[in-house]
Design a protein around this ligand. Structure first.
Ligand code: JFZ
Length: 431
């Protein structure tokens, strides 16, 4: 089987799932100014280390997180096992900089895996390729490094091979010690403007040893789905082995479905924050996206053959912020009665309608009405193809009317239209 086909097969569950939970959690929950705080505020290792000494999430109960994810209708989750600060939420043999060495002494990853698996939610690991803590992570001039302007740092020697061994070793641990892992989310490849001509110019593909890494991963977890941030071309006719199984446009909604060089649809996932921050930050309630906005974005993704991964940033005590819980529960209420229009659904064969979006599953077409201002709404291109129209939420009939032109209804209907969402008009007009 070619790599394109293999990828399609591997990502089947992923594309059906459509909706997941991203969790950014680590020491940066204490300063509460986002996960880049060490970099943006140019903190030394020593300054940042106070958070390691202090870290003790006494109310960390991943069973509650997993219940919330399930209630929201999420089918998979992705936790930061290590973010750019290098702090590991798991008991790695390769470092002392890990949660089991903090006051809480717990393997946070292990508890996460057990809790989410228990709820039937697929398990994903985020792992940062960047590492601001490891002494061999380069490099003077690296724009991603918080200490990049310091003389001592510029003059330091970095043994890159050590770092590659370290991070490949940690990936091996993550894919060996926690049972079946469904998804791996690496972050991220970049170009190093300041290091042109050095071995660190392209922090991508070969620099990460991506081929060897993915080969190892497929041995340990043959079915694992991997994102596209190791580098390589995911859009090739036969994608590179290490190019990843899905593309991840960040925070920006793609204008249409993602396609490969032959125009074939390929898996993608939009990750987005609820409140403009990945790691915990003390947001005001009004800085949150509205529930309706998030639902519309989820529908938008599915209408373009994509997934959505919504982020939560738990606080230093181990709790998901109250506002995030509220939004997720409201999404859950919508999903409870409308998720048939999300799971397993795809881009419709029909054009985007003027009043909202379509999603489609086989011969079932779901009409998501975003714009209720239009009253009765038109269904161009569907004349004679609708068997019946019902509101998904309550099964209520939607009346189909047809502008009078004297002709008969054709009998070969194949679409059962379901109206999803908070729809209150009862009339529909066919055109
Ligand atoms: C990265 C991280 O730096 C960030 O902290 C967070 O974890 C996010 C999900 O991923 O940020 C990126 C990575 C890639 C791009 C932009 C931001 N990109 O490719 O445009």
């Amino acid at each position: 089987m070619g790599l394109f086909k293999e990828r399609a097969k591997r990502t089947e569950w992923f594309m059906d799932a459509r909706f997941g939970m991203f969790i950014h959690w680590g020491l940066y929950a204490i300063p509460a100014r986002g996960e880049w705080v060490r970099s943006t505020e140019k903190m030394s290792i020593e300054t940042y280390n106070q958070y390691f000494e202090e870290f003790n999430p006494v109310r960390y109960n991943p069973k509650e997180w997993a219940k919330l994810a399930k209630e929201a209708g999420m089918k998979y989750a992705v936790l930061t096992t290590k973010h750019h600060d290098g702090f590991c939420l798991f008991d790695s043999a390769y470092t002392d900089y890990k949660s089991t060495n903090t006051k809480c002494k717990r393997d946070l990853v292990k508890e996460y895996v057990e809790a989410f698996r228990e709820e039937g939610i697929k398990i994903g690991f985020y792992y940062s390729l960047l590492d601001w803590h490891h002494p061999d992570y380069p490099h003077y001039g690296d724009r991603q490094h918080p200490m990049r302007e310091e003389e001592s740092f510029k003059n330091a020697k970095h043994n890159w091979k050590n770092y590659v061994e370290y991070f490949h070793g940690q990936v091996r641990e993550l894919l060996t010690n926690y049972g079946k892992i469904d998804l791996m989310w690496f972050d991220f490849s970049y170009e190093n403007e300041n290091l042109k001509g050095t071995e660190f110019e392209h922090m991508s593909e070969e620099t990460w040893g991506a081929k060897e890494l993915v080969t190892m991963m497929r041995e340990l977890q043959p079915e694992i789905v991997i994102d596209n941030r190791l580098g390589g071309d995911a859009r090739k006719e036969e994608p590179d082995l290490h190019a990843g199984d899905f593309v991840s446009p960040e925070c920006i909604m793609p204008s249409s479905e993602e396609v490969d060089s032959l125009g074939r649809s390929i898996p993608w996932e939009l990750c987005l924050t609820l409140n403009e921050n990945w790691g915990y930050a003390k947001n005001k309630p009004w800085e949150y996206k509205s529930t309706e906005n998030v639902i519309h974005m989820l529908v938008e993704c599915v209408s373009k053959n994509g997934n959505m991964l919504i982020n939560v940033g738990p606080n230093a005590k181990g709790e998901i912020p109250r506002e995030s819980i509220r939004v997720l529960k409201e999404i859950g209420e919508w999903m409870r009665v409308n998720s048939d229009s999300i799971y397993g659904c795809k881009k419709s064969e029909l054009e985007k309608p003027e009043w909202g979006r379509y999603t489609q599953k086989g011969n079932m077409l779901y009409a998501h009405i975003f714009d209720r201002g239009v009253g009765s709404f038109r269904l161009p291109g569907l004349e004679g193809r609708i068997k019946k129209a019902r509101i998904l939420e309550d099964g209520a009939e939607v009346r189909i009317e047809r502008p009078w032109n004297g002709s008969e209804y054709p009998k070969d209907a194949f679409v059962q239209l379901e109206i999803a969402g908070l729809y209150d008009e009862k009339d529909t007009v066919l055109e």
